[in-house]
Every structure is written in structure tokens, then in C-alpha cells.
Design a protein around this ligand. Structure first.
Ligand code: 5AD
Ligand code: SF4
Length: 449
């Protein structure tokens, strides 16, 4: 047992730190809300907290090492006492009891499908038990979590979790489990609660969000496009987004929603990972490059101004210079507005981890630099094309300089505006400057009649 004098006292202040994707950020918010309804209050730093919750991500390199060094840093507070420590998220799911064996200061290990049980787990930990809960229970955490509370103008709403695609590099199917869609009514109720709490924009989240299926209140089968159309009818909501999509779940209905659903923003995150046919096969991506390009063409045919974003992996096992050149080529063919790119990282338990011909780190670095150079150029060009355009911006936060606010354009560009209008305002602006990562704008003046 570690010296931990505070553990018998009732923890009042909690600190949640989330790593990784937006779905994890959503989970982190929900855990915080749950602790809030159990009478605890949020604090800004781990040092002030009685309970520290690390909501981990396992998608790429060194996640386990990073976790242990974070635990090491946060284990003792400045006054010499120790907080209760909980590890949640995908590393918790993947490593389970190993975490509490290796790090004695961890009191609770809880997986992404079990965190609704946190109040109970905390109660058990207070009695001195070291708790590990990595179940994927039949009851859904969403049925138990408290109603959504006060929100910023842009809110996340998880509608789908898990993945059945089994790309050979990816841990998600193992850490998040099989594809599950939240029921129609649950999603609509949460959307209404978010709007009541101040949300103007909702981003629907899922590992494969466009694999969402459900049955509407009339008993009709619906896909994600049906859900988007129903959200479009909610008063008070101005913008709808969704992420992340899989090319093979990009239905005709969803493509068409980009034409006729006014609140659906002209932005599509559609990862392809590689432009090489051989590597796409080895990745088990279930689509080839042409299929991907045809989907982009179809989306652009109905919504010509749509911004396309993607994810790329360089240095998948066996990737040759030729394969990498094919990836650069698909990037040139698509012309992305935004992209995320990573060096391949072998994930324990995934098929690719045991494949031969691993690419050296030096080669991966070189390829990543080339690829990011090209993507940055595309992003800058995309931003420059907005110069002089009149568009709307949803103000989301304060800027660095006094009087500045930062918001997002419909195409998900960050826009800096000098204005006294409050955060949450959806305003018309004229784009005046375009940098690689953001735009500058002024309030649009009404044209003289
Ligand atoms: N190595 C590198 N990148 C990965 N991703 C997923 N798994 C790995 C891995 N093992 C990337 C993919 C995915 C994004 C969320 O993370 O590009 O789309
Ligand atoms: Fe991972 Fe592939 Fe599923 Fe995306 S589609 S979560 S990359 S297995």
C-alpha cells in the first residue's frame, strides 16, 4: 500500500485529462458531468484535485510509456499528499489489471464502455479496494449518464461507437469493441438537451459515424442521413457536422444530404490512409484508390465547395518508395483542405505488428515530412481561396489579443475576428487575410442600398 493519507477523505475536486480523438474528449466531458452530479467539482489542474482521471488513447506510439510518466508526475501533490488516481480510455481497456500491477498508485482502471460505473468504482476504491472494470456491459453507459449540462456553442454528440472494419494496423476494434449505434430517440433527446444548454453546432461522433443505423419514431429504418435530416428540423441548432467516416459507409443518401440539408456543413473527413493499392489491401481497408476517388467526385458533384479532409499513415510495413509516391499522388488528386498524418506505429495484438519489412524510422520521418509539406501547401491554398469571401462564423472562444474572438467557418477553418459580439454568436464576416492555419476577418457591413 502506498502512503496515501487523503484516500479515506471524501474526494471533492476532480480533474479529467483526455488524450486522443474527439470521441475521447466527449467521454472525458461525460465523466466530468457524472462526477459533477455525484457532488464533486471540477478543478483546472491535477495538483488541486482529490481525484485525477487520465482518459487515455492507445491509437499510436508510446501510449503506455506516456501513461506511466503522467502517473509518475501527478502521483504526489505539492502538499505531499496523493490524489486518488483513475485510468480510463483505450489504454485502460487494452492493459487492464496490468496497469494497477505496474503502477501501485492507480486506484481505478476503467474501460471506455464502463465509465458510467465510476461513482460506484470510486466508492469501492475509497474503501481501499483496487478496482479494474474493463467490461463491455450489455447495459449502455448512455442510459445511465446524466443529462447534458451547460455547453459551449459547439458540442460533440457520440452516436456510434466501435468498429467492425479491422484495418490491420488499428487497435480500435479491440479497445472500443464492435460497431454499436445509439438509438434514434436517445440521440434526438441528447441533441435537444445540448441545444437547451447552449449548443448552436453539433458534431455527431463515431469511430465509423456513417455506419450509424437506427429506427425513427415512425418505425422506419434510417441511416446517418436520416438522423441529420431530423436534426436539421430542430430549432436553435444552426450547424451539423459528423466525423469520422469510412469510405465504404458513404451512402448515396448521405452524399445527397450535403446537397439539400442546409445546416449540414460543407466538410467531409474521409480518411484513405494510403494511395497504394497494395498497401490498401495489406491494411485491409476494403476499398481501392478508385473507389475512394469516385466517392470524392460524387460528393463534389452535389456540393462543389465541400472541404475534404483525411488521415494518412506513412511507413506501413512493406511500404516502398513507389507505394509512397502513390500516396502523394492521391493527395494531389483529391486536394485536401486539412489532413492528419502519422508514422505507422505497431500496435500490440494487431495483425500488422507481426508483418515483415518494417520501415525504418528515418525513412518514415523523411516520407512524413514530404507528405506534410504537400498537405500544408494544399491547406494554405484552400485558405487563400477564401480571401474576399463573405461567409458566416460561429464564435467559439476568446482570441489572444483583447477584443479578438475565434470561431469556425463552415469549412472548419479557424477565423479570427475583432468583435464585441458574445461567444456563441453566428455572424457574417468578410475574410481579409489567409495564413496556413487560420483566417482573419472583419464583421460584414450591410451594403448601402
Ligand atoms: N499507426 C499510425 N497511425 C494510426 N492510426 C490508426 N492506427 C494507427 C497506427 N497503428 C491513424 C489513422 C486513423 C487515425 C485516427 O489514426 O490514420 O485514421
Ligand atoms: Fe481503425 Fe480502420 Fe476501424 Fe478506422 S475503420 S477505427 S482505422 S479499424
Amino acid at each position: 500500500m502506498t502512503a496515501n493519507p487523503d484516500k479515506s477523505a471524501s474526494p471533492q475536486r476532480y480533474f479529467v485529462k483526455s488524450y486522443g480523438c474527439q470521441m475521447n474528449a466527449y467521454d472525458g466531458e461525460r465523466m466530468g458531468e457524472l462526477l459533477g452530479t455525484s457532488g464533486m467539482v471540477a478543478v483546472e489542474t491535477a495538483d488541486e484535485a482529490d481525484i485525477v482521471l487520465l482518459n487515455t488513447c492507445h491509437i499510436r506510439e508510446r501510449s503506455v510509456d506516456k501513461l506511466y510518466s503522467e502517473i509518475g508526475r501527478m502521483r504526489v501533490r505539492p502538499d505531499g499528499t496523493s490524489p486518488m488516481m483513475a485510468v480510463a480510455g483505450c489504454v485502460a481497456q487494452a492493459e487492464g489489471a496490468e496497469i494497477s500491477r505496474r503502477a501501485r498508485e492507480v486506484d481505478i482502471v476503467v474501460g471506455p464502455q464502463a465509465y458510467h460505473r465510476l461513482p460506484d468504482l470510486i466508492a469501492r476504491a475509497r474503501k481501499g479496494e483496487r478496482v479494474v472494470d474493463t467490461d463491455m456491459p450489455v447495459e449502455s453507459k448512455f442510459d445511465v449518464l446524466p443529462k447534458r449540462k451547460r455547453q459551449g456553442p459547439s458540442a460533440f454528440l457520440t452516436v456510434q461507437e466501435g468498429c467492425d472494419k479491422f484495418c490491420t494496423y488499428c487497435v480500435v476494434p479491440y479497445t472500443r469493441g464492435a460497431e454499436v449505434s445509439r438509438p434514434w430517440a436517445a440521440v434526438m433527446d441528447e441533441a435537444r438537451a445540448l441545444i437547451d444548454a447552449g449548443a448552436v453546432e453539433i458534431t455527431l461522433l463515431g469511430q465509423n459515424v456513417n455506419a450509424w443505423t437506427g429506427v425513427d419514431e415512425k418505425g422506419q429504418a434510417q441511416g446517418l442521413d436520416g438522423l441529420i435530416r431530423a436534426l436539421d428540423r430542430l430549432n436553435g441548432l444552426a450547424r451539423i457536422r459528423y466525423t469520422t467516416s469510412h469510405p465504404m459507409d458513404m451512402t448515396e443518401g448521405l452524399i445527397h444530404a450535403h446537397k439539400d440539408v442546409e445546416k449540414l456543413m460543407p466538410f467531409l473527413h474521409l480518411p484513405v490512409q494510403s494511395g497504394s493499392e497494395r498497401i490498401l489491401k495489406a491494411m485491409n481497408r476494403s476499398h481501392d484508390r478508385d473507389t475512394y476517388l469516385r466517392i470524392i467526385e460524387r460528393v463534389r458533384a452535389v456540393r462543389p465547395d465541400i472541404a475534404i479532409s483525411g488521415d494518412f499513415i506513412v511507413g506501413f510495413p512493406g511500404e516502398t518508395d513507389r507505394d509512397f509516391e502513390d500516396t502523394l499522388q492521391i493527395i494531389r488528386d483529391v486536394d485536401y483542405s486539412l489532413a492528419f498524418s502519422f508514422k505507422y506505429s505497431p500496435r500490440p495484438g494487431t495483425p500488422a505488428a507481426t508483418m515483415e519489412d518494417h520501415v525504418s524510422d528515418a525513412v518514415m520521418s523523411e516520407r512524413l515530412q514530404l507528405l506534410q509539406g504537400l498537405l500544408n501547401e494544399q491547406q494554405h491554398r484552400f485558405n487563400q481561396a477564401a480571401l474576399g469571401r463573405r461567409t458566416n462564423v460561429l464564435l467559439e472562444r476568446l482570441g489572444k489579443k483583447p477584443g479578438q474572438k475565434i470561431g469556425k467557418s463552415p469549412w472548419l477553418q479557424s477565423v479570427i475576428v475583432d468583435t464585441d459580439l458574445p461567444i456563441g454568436s453566428l455572424i457574417e464576416v468578410d475574410i481579409q487575410t489567409a495564413g496556413p492555419n487560420s483566417l482573419g476577418a472583419t464583421l460584414a457591413m450591410e451594403e448601402a442600398a
